[in-house]
Design a protein. Structure first.
Length: 296
């Protein structure tokens, strides 16, 4: 990257007292990294590449959305100079003054609000969202069409769509905060499972205990552990089985019952899948190790 950073003025883009501008840019290697005196919302419409923002380089693909406050330097680059490696960005830029009349419609205790209205006091130098359900893609494309056609009242439509986008971004923030709070509960979830693994424990039981839907709980659990709830519960039970097989002479069927398995055929198949041996072989292996230790 060239060390030079340009500064772009909104006067280059805004026309006829209109404080909003949109374009669809096929990114190249000619634009310099730059700051600007307006707020920019950039949406990756097609392809993939890199976003050089402040001192970081972020890989981007279709669906990535950035809110870039006044004073933050950035530039997009395609992943390669080859023509088949394109990166298409929709840019929506606007003066902060555009929203002066509409601030009351936005939640003021949010990072999105601060990034736009108080960038110097905002902890985040930029915001990055991923449009997993095409929520923002539709809004951005509608805004771009309105801007190109400039039909009667298009300024009002553009402002309304921009406010809609900002409100939805604030909702995304709230979802992320909820998920973060849910992740903080993870130690409690683990403790709950380990204290009740001997019972007929289900996903619904645990989700209900923590006031979450079963689907939301499973998604958070998989994201935290890399395992499904069932896989994790099986691992806890089989680990306890191994401890009992090594340290006691309790019959194998009783150990299976103690950890929550009544179906012995299923238990033996699961134990072998997890450890590579049968419960009896596992116990014999450790007994032989103990005897060899004694003989030494």
């Amino acid at each position: 990257m060239n060390g030079r950073i340009d500064h772009l003025s909104g006067d280059l883009f805004f026309e006829n007292d209109l404080d909003i501008f949109l374009n669809r840019e096929l990114e190249s290697f000619t634009t310099l990294q730059h700051t600007h005196d307006f707020v920019e919302i950039s949406f990756v419409g097609e392809g993939c590449g890199y976003h050089y923002i402040d001192e970081e380089v972020i890989y981007v693909k279709q669906g990535d959305l950035f809110v870039i406050p006044i004073g933050t330097s950035h530039v997009f680059r395609p992943s390669s100079p080859k023509q088949d490696k394109m990166l298409v960005i929709y840019n929506c830029i606007f003066r902060v003054e555009l929203l002066d009349k509409w601030k009351s419609l936005l939640q003021q205790d949010s990072v999105t609000y601060d990034a736009i209205n108080n960038p110097s006091q905002c902890a985040a130098r930029w915001l990055h969202f991923q449009d997993k359900h095409d929520t923002f893609s539709l809004i951005v494309q509608n805004m771009y069409r309105e801007y190109l056609k400039k039909s009667a009242g298009f300024e009002t439509v553009l402002t309304a769509l921009l406010i809609q986008m900002l409100v939805l971004l604030q909702r995304f923030e709230m979802i992320n905060e909820t998920e973060t709070a849910s992740f903080r509960m993870f130690d409690e979830v683990v403790h709950f499972i380990k204290s009740r693994y001997t019972h007929n424990l289900t996903v619904q039981d645990v989700a209900d205990y923590f006031f979450l839907s079963a689907s939301h709980f499973q998604r958070l659990f998989k994201k935290s552990t890399g395992l499904s709830f069932t896989q994790y519960l099986q691992n806890v039970r089989i680990q306890k089985c191994c401890e009992l097989l090594k340290s006691t002479d309790i019959p194998i069927y009783q150990i299976a019952n103690q950890v929550g398995y009544q179906d012995m055929k299923f238990f033996h198949a699961l134990f072998r899948k997890k450890t590579g041996v049968t419960p009896r072989q596992y116990r014999q292996n450790f007994q032989e190790l103990d005897e060899s230790d004694i003989s030494c």
